[in-house]
Ligand binder design. Structure first.
Ligand code: ZN
Ligand code: ZN
Length: 422
């Protein structure tokens, strides 16, 4: 008997994560992610059907199916291929992840049926086939992210998923250092930041303070481009707005996301004082077209029209998404306005986000960057590896597996599809 680990994708790239653990003839899969990049480094544009991991019973016809798929979090590069998998295989995630996948699926061309996901509580072990699995809630830019511990035949394998140590749930990282699971045979450790220069901001609080400072210094509308699912960032925006005596304006999609998650954790919602809801032109039409009027109605009483926004723009901090270029161009008063890119800088190159940058340039709105990313710094990666002190550290979710041996002991570098027997 032996336990075998295979990284189907993600051993030497960021995105498309998919790991298989095999024991006693049974397999369990962690993550089924969409790749982020093509082979030439451009944004992934292929047909997902052509790049499905070669997993029989899941993506390829076969009698024997994996016993389960465990999802770390609601970023496409970790769950985006679920919709292509055999629907009889049980899928597990946190409740937050399940709900976010359900929301994203409304707009995605690759549907992931969130109804088939069974949500599980963090830190409560459960058994699937020969595997005992334990989810660990971690701090990441996706709400409700898990790391997973998988045990079989007295071998213990931990996969961090994506994590960091400076978000609003940093206590989760600190607790993982203080009360680390012991006797880990293999730690699959993300290494997103290894190739990046040290981030200018080291915590979500720093982002909040920088946003507040910018609000104080702006005599016009402050527009912040951010993901509508980055709850930590939305909390920062709410706090920065409040401190600088502005109202936070969110769009109806973000209002819906917050409404769907707000029973799971404290977060600003449309009903709160100081929060207003904007109805973007195209999004509102689109939601009506796809019969999602129920996303529109609940926030009517907090609606802010473009007249009110135009009259006194310096009273508002507006969370915008880069797809709302029409509203920025036609519906806002941009006199004295400032814009902030509060997402990964790499997205500035994304073809879909070029138009909004052109609009800002045309309207002479300065664009600066305030962002704290979703991934552990080198120091935090080392802290975690030291605390867990695994027998093997296996690089994943990184373009720089070769840098691991400089930072960690017992590094075992794998290629995609190259099995490791424990
Ligand atoms: Zn990721
Ligand atoms: Zn992620």
């Amino acid at each position: 008997m032996s336990v075998k680990i295979t990284i189907h994708r993600g051993a030497r790239e960021i995105g498309g994560s998919c790991i298989q653990i095999e024991s006693g003839g049974e397999r369990i899969i962690i993550d089924a992610g969409m790749p982020l990049l093509n082979k030439d480094g451009s944004e992934f544009s292929g047909d997902p059907k052509n790049i499905l991991p070669k997993i029989t019973g899941m993506f390829i016809a076969g009698d024997k199916k994996p016993v389960a798929v465990l999802i770390t979090h609601a970023h496409m590069d970790h769950y985006g291929l679920i919709g292509f998998s055999d629907s009889d295989i049980p899928v597990y995630s946190s409740e937050g992840t399940k709900r976010l996948i359900g929301i994203s699926s409304v707009f995605s061309s690759y549907k992931s049926d969130s109804n088939r996901i069974q949500s599980v509580e963090p830190w409560k072990p459960f058994d699937v086939g020969p595997f005992r699995v334990t989810p660990y809630l971690v701090d990441h830019s996706a709400f409700g992210a898990f790391a997973w511990l998988v045990e079989a035949e007295s071998k213990r394998i931990m996969y961090t998923g994506d994590f960091r140590g400076g978000g609003r749930k940093r206590v989760l990282f600190e607790n993982l250092l203080k009360h680390s699971p012991k006797n880990i045979d293999a730690l699959l450790l993300e290494g997103t930041t290894l190739e990046r220069k040290e981030a200018p901001l080291n915590s979500e609080e720093e982002a909040e303070l920088a946003l507040r400072d910018l609000c104080d210094k702006t005599d016009g509308l402050v527009m912040v481009f951010s993901s509508g699912q980055n709850i930590d960032r939305i909390v920062s925006l709410f706090k920065a707005a409040k401190a600088s005596k502005r109202e936070l304006v969110i769009d109806v999609y973000v209002a819906h996301v917050l409404r769907m998650l707000s029973d799971l954790s404290i977060m600003p919602v449309a009903e709160w004082d100081g929060v207003r809801v904007f109805y973007p032109y195209y999004l509102t039409r689109r939601l009506a077209e796809i019969s999602k009027e129920n996303w529109l109605f609940p926030f009517r009483h907090k609606k802010i029209g473009s007249d009110e926004l135009r009259n006194d723009p310096k009273r508002f901090l507006m969370l915008l998404r880069p797809s709302m270029d029409f509203d920025v161009e036609k519906r806002l008063n941009l006199k004295g306005a400032k814009a902030v890119w509060s997402m990964w800088a790499g997205y500035l190159e994304k073809p879909a986000y070029i138009r909004i940058q052109r609009v800002l340039k045309l309207k002479e709105v300065p664009l600066s960057q305030i962002h704290y990313g979703g991934h552990a710094s080198k120091t935090e990666l080392v802290e975690l590896a030291n605390a867990l002190s695994p027998k093997k550290v296996i690089p994943i979710h990184t373009f720089h597996a070769d840098k691991y041996p400089q930072l960690f002991s017992n590094v075992h570098i794998l290629d995609d599809a190259q099995p490791l027997i424990l």
